[in-house]
Design a protein around this ligand. Structure first.
Ligand code: URP
Ligand code: ZN
Ligand code: ZN
Length: 460
């Protein structure tokens, strides 16, 4: 099977040129100008951008959390990802404390096998680091291609590990060529503030926000950065939201330490004014919470300067009905929000079309850097001969309005309801197969494959 994309504007992390892309089976086999090749199908991309498929390295599909499951499973979540121009996601396998990493992996394989529409991989979240867990790290890296290990400095009592465990994990992961990532907020201080607010009868979504002030994130980010410095492990901070945490990365850079960081679409575009005394704010109850306008400014700056390398989503949707679990107590609202489908279009509209970031930077932070950081480049994350033909044909000018009525995520509200955007995913190729066209999904669950990732060294 061959496919020729003609007359596109091909944009990569460092190039921008007019050309054609020839695909044979799953792979890009030629790139050039006016290629006169016979193909089974020709797609005219005049007026369109041809981009590497988006990579979202932070999603939670069918995730057991806070007494329920995130509402997108592998079929619906990856279908929605494709509609938005994301062709690869990395989900988190989460160890149950007292059980093994292998147990958790088997559980996640059971939920994902044969169901994904786009390609996917796993990070391993270590919630209980001990001698048994330590002995499993090598096999995760070498046999399963799981080269990134997530930690939680928050969610005290369920997912949180202490600093002793963190340091032990870092040392072991470094030994085997992996990376340690972190949800960096101070779990003890948050636990204290949650308890205090509840005792005072302050139970609205606003108090979710007030229980996780900026210092809970900046302090934990700094502590994580210091432990990574001490152990020398490649490191990555997930969903960085605020100026204080960003400054910890800048501090590390001053001593020539490289710490990778990801922010998410919602932290760039939404702010804490959405939380109030009524329950509406539950839609945006996530951890860390949305921050202030000054933090948005810092995050855009961090992206532009290269201190933040990735924009992900932390897609973890819960229906409005599921959110009602916390109707009378913010601490019971399932944490998370939907965004997997919106990321590329929102970032293009609000970042590129407004002139804040370049189109090359857009490609870098939505695809290429994640591929490099997480050991998938150049198979993923670029438009190059030999790479997987994961491509997005994108109209930079088409306007549309985001709404739960038209999105494909399995959730009955949109975090961006009524948001007008300019820039739209038109056609998506997933390893050479047309996966989305004319707003329709063309692949079936099971088309997506598990991607084993290479070892990482903290250099991109
Ligand atoms: O609120 C969030 N972010 N839910 C998903 C779990 C996590 O902390 O990433
Ligand atoms: Zn988190
Ligand atoms: Zn998350």
């Amino acid at each position: 099977m061959s496919l020729l994309i003609t007359n596109g504007r091909i944009v990569t992390a460092d190039e921008d040129f007019a050309g054609d892309v020839f695909i044979e089976n799953e792979t890009i086999s030629m790139i050039g100008r006016h290629l006169s090749l016979k193909a089974d199908r020709v797609i005219d991309a005049s007026g369109m951008l041809v981009l590497p498929g988006g990579i979202d390295p932070h999603v939670h599909l069918d995730m057991p959390f806070m007494g329920t499951y995130s509402s997108d499973d592998y079929a619906t979540g990856t279908a929605a990802a494709l509609h938005g121009g994301t062709t690869m996601v990395i989900d988190f396998v989460i160890q149950t404390q007292g059980k093994s990493l292998r147990d958790a992996l088997v559980e996640w394989q059971g939920r994902s096998n044969g169901k994904a529409c786009c390609d996917y991989s796993f990070h391993m979240a270590v919630t209980d680091f001990n001698e048994n867990t330590k002995a499993e790290i090598a096999s995760m890296v070498n046999d399963e291609g799981i080269t990134s290990f997530k930690t939680f400095m928050a969610y005290k009592g369920s997912l949180m590990i202490d600093d002793r465990q963190m340091a032990g994990l870092m040392e072991e992961v470094k030994r085997h060529g992996g990376m340690v990532s972190v949800h960096a907020t101070n779990g003890d201080l948050i636990d204290f503030l949650v308890t205090k607010h509840r005792a005072e009868g302050k139970l609205a979504p606003l108090y979710h926000y007030l229980s996780q002030p900026e210092i809970t994130e900046s302090e934990a980010s700094g502590r994580f950065v210091d432990m990574a410095w001490q152990t020398g492990v490649p490191s990555y901070i997930v969903h960085l939201t605020c100026e204080g945490a960003l400054n910890q990365i800048r501090r590390a850079a001053q001593r020539n330490q490289k710490v990778f960081a990801e922010t998410c679409t919602q932290y760039l575009l939404l702010d804490a004014s959405l939380y109030g005394e009524d329950f509406e704010g539950a839609k945006w109850v996530m951890s860390p919470p949305l921050r202030e306008k000054k933090d948005q400014k810092a995050l855009w700056g961090g992206l532009d300067q290269g201190s933040i390398q990735v924009v992900a989503t932390d897609h973890c949707p819960f229906t409005w009905d599921q959110k009602q679990k916390g109707k009378d107590d913010f601490s019971k609202i399932p944490n998370g929000h939907p965004g997997i489908e919106n990321r590329m279009e929102l970032l293009f509209s609000e970042g590129v079309n407004t002139g804040i970031i370049s189109v090359n930077k857009f490609v870098e932070v939505t695809s290429t850097n994640a591929a490099k950081i997480f050991g998938m480049f150049p198979k993923k994350g670029c438009v190059a001969v030999g790479s997987d033909a994961d491509l997005v044909i994108f109209d930079p000018n088409e306007e549309h309005t985001m709404s739960a009525k038209s999105h494909h995520m399995n959730v009955d509200y949109s975090a961006y309801e009524g948001w007008k955007t300019k820039g739209k995913t038109k056609t998506v190729l997933m390893r050479g197969t047309v996966a989305v066209e004319d707003g329709e999904l063309k692949v079936k669950p099971g088309h997506g494959a598990y991607v084993k990732r290479n070892k990482v060294n903290g250099i991109i």
